[in-house]
Ligand binder design. Structure first.
Ligand SMILES: Nc1nc2c(c(=O)[nH]1)N[C@H]1C(S)=C(S)[C@@H](COP(=O)(O)O)O[C@H]1N2
Ligand SMILES: [Mo]
Length: 416
């Protein structure tokens, strides 16, 4: 291989590793700040922009692998562009070489734009852009370092146009250091976040219900192949959300804001919530996308605070007909006020089958409303609850073509 060919390959490898370092350290920054990892900011936007049929296809064909695959897809795209940037960086022409660093900067800025515009209940822009900013800075600096190793500075007397040498030793040192930094970022972050998240969830004691559910009738729980069990075990419970990373909320910082068309605005901490009257109920949750006999349905024993109690204390004003609830990831759900006050057991749930809510199912608090499809009622990781009117807002799924109101129709067999 010619010197220039070697340099080109080194440039591609170096570009890849520079991108890895930027993404790895950005991942750590995301974990520490609570802001979105730029890859996920892009991914969530892709999910939000995907038309319904594309989403349905992805869920059907890829199942739960759709999200990791989306991340992988974005990373592979980035890697290709970064490798190309590295190749540009190997050019003997200083102008072309500089474009490598510019390209790294452009990728970083794209991440930044997605982070700024990402839907998130976290209004703090500084937190929101922190990971993308770290990624951008590391990307530019790392690319610059890599490019430098590809071109040993000219000795005095050397011709301008003469290609400068490739400093192999410095190249290897630089890419190794960058690789360690990137992998270290991801490693440290997974240790930190799973550790603190699990500990917080483990510390949360499932409260004793004031109004417990009756024992499950004998014979309801059968173990016949093909017949689903009466209670769906948590690890087998279906999951629908629009995220790439499951939120791990610190329950100590969690707060539920109840506001809008109410006489008295409320802000409830987790202990405020569990110190109220608690009911325990067996409630079936189902997705509107579930077909008869399909997988998107589950039954669990939930413990929670009746939403009607909280609404009574806040005092919903006349004229209000809806609640707009928001999860920590910024997704909104619209629920008819009547379904929350008509005597059915709509609740802010804190426990699922005797456990704190699993992270994937909304820890620390989610809504559960009997008789409504999940997308109009079952807000996970809920942080905001606004009493309002349907005419004054539109929720996430409604914006994507689903009906505003969606009661589950009973005993209506599928006609063909
Ligand atoms: N925050 C949030 N809550 C959400 C959703 C979501 O995407 N994000 N999806 C809804 C939909 S469409 C359904 S069917 C149920 C699924 O709840 P599960 O994932 O606990 O089974 O949650 C609802 N709550
Ligand atoms: Mo759903």
């Amino acid at each position: 291989m010619s010197e220039q060919a070697i340099r080109r390959v080194a440039g591609a490898v170096g570009g890849l590793i520079a991108a890895g370092a930027a993404l790895g350290l950005g991942y750590l920054a995301a974990d520490l700040s609570g802001g979105p990892w730029p890859v996920d900011a892009v991914g969530v936007q892709v999910i939000d922009w995907s038309p319904g049929p594309v989403k349905d296809w992805a869920v059907r064909e890829l199942g739960t692998a759709d999200r990791p695959l989306l991340r992988v897809g974005i990373c592979v795209t980035l890697a290709l562009v970064a490798a190309l940037a590295g190749v540009l960086g190997s050019s003997t022409r200083p102008r072309v070489r500089r474009s490598a660093v510019v390209l790294a900067g452009v990728l970083g800025v794209i991440g930044l734009v997605f982070a700024i515009t990402s839907r998130s209940a976290n209004a703090n822009v500084v937190i929101r852009i922190m990971p993308a900013l770290v990624t951008l800075v590391v990307a530019v600096v790392a690319m610059q370092l890599v490019v430098r190793t590809l071109h040993r500075p000219r000795r005095a007397g050397q011709e301008q146009e003469e290609p400068a040498g490739f400093d192999r030793r410095r190249f290897l040192l630089t890419v190794s250091a960058l690789a360690v930094a990137g992998a270290g970022g991801v490693g440290v972050s997974s240790l930190v976040s799973t550790g603190t998240g699990e500990a917080a969830r483990a510390k949360f004691r499932v409260p004793r219900p004031t109004d417990p559910a009756p024992a499950i009738p004998a014979g309801a729980q059968v173990s016949v192949p093909g017949v689903s069990s009466f209670v769906t075990p948590n690890p087998k419970f279906y999951r629908v959300d629009t995220l790439l990373e499951v939120p791990r909320i610190d329950p100590g910082n969690w707060e539920l804001r109840i506001h809008g068309m109410v006489d008295k605005e409320l802000r409830l901490s987790l202990s405020d919530l569990v110190n109220r009257r608690l009911i325990e109920r067996d409630i079936t949750l189902t997705c509107v996308s579930n077909e008869v006999g399909g997988p998107y349905v589950g039954n669990a024993r939930w413990i929670g605070v009746p939403i009607a109690d909280v609404l009574k204390e806040a005092g919903a004003r006349t004229g209000a007909d809806a609640v707009r609830s928001t999860s920590v990831d910024g997704l909104t759900i619209g629920t008819p006020l009547s379904a929350l006050t008509d005597g059915r057991d709509a609740m802010f749930a804190v426990a699922m089958n005797g456990e704190p809510l699993p992270f994937a199912h909304g820890f620390p608090v989610r809504m559960v409303v009997p008789g409504l499809y999940g997308y109009v009622s079952a807000t996970k990781w809920i942080v905001d609850f606004e009493v309002t009117r349907f005419q004054d807002f539109s929720a996430y799924w409604t914006d994507r073509g689903w009906a505003v109101e969606a009661p589950i129709k009973k005993s209506e067999a599928k006609r063909s």
